[in-house]
Design a protein around this ligand. Structure first.
Ligand code: NAD
Length: 297
């Protein structure tokens, strides 16, 4: 059935996700601080708001897809400043701290509405093709309530447990992604520097034990996966800033649970170094270029 869906954060991911909900026949109420991002959705039939309080009151569901903890926290404060529509279910799909999820859940439930975490994986291609995986934290009832909406943007909607468990799963996935992207970049570079053709080597790993998402669908070497950001100077996609943030969140929960993450911690430092070299807004597969240049003698 057609629903009123609020959507805040229409960036690399959110723009496609909101568009897919329009295709599903839902009525979209949107906001982003970027006028360009709003205009894109307006052209597809969404209603653009100046005030998120109005956006939320007109929505059965509100989905937030924002960069980080501070921005998400502020967005929820602004949006609920003059109360909530008690029937609204708030869904945060950004990647944030599981502890902040529990604070937000308390904050929203005290106002009388519901809040759950539903971070995603699948990257920009998954957002575009509506094949994302959603990791949902909340009650079973809340999961059943949001599932039909999330199905308009993804193909796997997984129940992870109580509030924050979606993020708990997401942070572990992204830590692994960071590690495997660096591993793919190292191996591709070493193969190329020995004289192997990158396409030949990629074909080998993708039918061998080295295969992973980064090697197969998002290869960091230009010319190997035609749709990957490596083919457009690492523009768009999943930024180095965002993976660095996610590795910081993983480091936080690892510290809180006394869990060793040696490769996760090293990946965090590698990505932080990329940021320090001005590559924060490039796709995280730019780590390949960084290594290639370092090794270029
Ligand atoms: P992005 O930077 O492309 O988009 C963020 C959007 O939020 C931008 O359009 C920006 O203008 C908007 N924004 C910033 N502050 C705002 C505010 N105060 N109010 C309203 N809008 C505001 O980021 P993205 O790649 O779309 O990622 C969004 C979230 O999803 C992040 O938490 C990220 O970690 C997570 N994520 C990203 C990917 C990916 O592959 N890009 C995959 C899974 C999860």
């Amino acid at each position: 059935a057609s629903k009123n869906v609020g959507f805040i954060g229409l960036g690399n991911m959110g723009g496609h996700m909101a568009s897919n909900l329009i295709k599903q026949g839902h009525k979209l109420h949107v906001f982003d601080i970027s006028k360009q991002a709003c205009d894109n959705l307006k052209a597809k039939g969404a209603t653009v708001y100046d005030k998120t309080t109005d956006l939320a009151k007109n929505s059965d569901y509100v989905i937030t897809m924002l960069p980080n903890n501070d921005i998400v926290w502020k967005a929820y404060n602004d949006m609920t400043a003059d109360g909530v529509n008690k029937n609204t279910v708030f869904i945060d799909s950004s990647t944030i701290d599981p502890n902040l999820v529990r604070e937000l859940q308390k904050f929203i439930s005290e106002k009388g509405a519901r809040f759950i975490d539903a971070p995603v994986s699948g990257g920009v291609p998954g957002a575009e093709q509506a094949t994302l995986t959603f990791m949902v934290g909340g009650t079973k009832d809340e999961y059943n309530t949001v599932k039909p909406i999330l199905e308009g943007m993804g193909k796997r909607i997984t129940y992870c447990g109580s509030y924050g468990m979606g993020q708990a799963a997401k942070l572990c996935n992204n830590m692994m992604l960071a590690i495997s992207m660096i591993g793919t970049s190292e191996a591709m570079n070493l193969a190329i520097r020995q004289g192997l053709d990158p396409n030949v080597f990629a074909e080998i790993i993708n039918s061998s034990t080295g295969r992973c998402w980064s090697s197969e669908l998002y290869n960091p070497v230009p010319g190997v996966t035609p749709t990957a950001p490596s083919n457009r100077d690492y523009a768009g996609g999943f930024s180095t800033d965002l993976i660095t943030k996610d590795l910081g969140l993983a480091a936080g929960v690892a510290t809180a649970t006394n869990t060793p993450i040696p490769l996760g911690a090293l990946s965090h430092q590698i990505y932080r170094t990329l940021k320090a070299h001005g590559l924060g807004n490039k796709d995280f597969s730019v780590v390949y270029e960084f290594m290639k240049n370092e090794a270029n003698n």
